[in-house]
Design a protein around this ligand. Sequence first.
Ligand code: F6R
Length: 255
Amino acid sequence: MHYQLGNIKVCTEPDYAAMSRRAADIFADAMAQNPDAAFGFATGSTPLGLYKELIERNKRGEVDFSGITTFNLDEYYPIKGDNDQSYRYFMERNLFDHVNVRKESVNLLDGETADAMLECKAYEDRIRLTGGIYLQLLGIGANGHIGFNEPNDHFPGTTHLVELTESTVDANSRFFESREQVPKHALTMGIRTIMSAEKILLVVSGANKSRVLADMLLGHITPLVPASILQLHHNVVVVADDEAAQDIHGMLGRR
Ligand code: F6R
């Protein structure tokens, strides 16, 4: 199914596997069109199927990572890169170690930096120097967050240090041995960084995202639902499975 909601194109697929394949088609097309561009990546469970697809297509020679530069959305702070909960570790394990990306073209925020402010500024400079991000992949939190930009009274600008909310620390503690080990801060691209990407691909899966997907697409643009700002971007594709799309199907009627 397809919906065009303002600037946002929404594709819905029956299940997670089909959603992942559709997202991989879009990602692979963008890489073929712009093989030397910068691409933005996300962690979390939603893109895992897409990453598996890209790995398989890379193995079959259908997708080439050799010319691209990568930038990840966010990273815990502080955290060591070899910690198995770091986003660096996640990306290496779930994508970068299995495709022909050049290691020197992989950019992640440094969770070990002594100077977080400087790291954020240097990251923005690096993005700018590569000519900006051509396609940014996003997931969405059930509260509407993108990156680590949580509901707030304003839209944060560029890459910055955030203090994680108690609820995010709680939610993330399932991945750590104890709550004390969960980093209390993170470095994240800001909303302006994300909005500067030429194209945005948002992947959404599961019934627990259905409400927020409808809110971000059909509700007011508000920092209380950070992803709602995407309504103002000129080139966004949302790929959702039917569970995540159940509220928009209900509100708009299946098409
Ligand atoms: C990941 C990120 C987060 C996730 C979001 C959804 O780098 O920045 O905003 O995209 O929390 O996570 P999942 O996909 O696990 O539901």
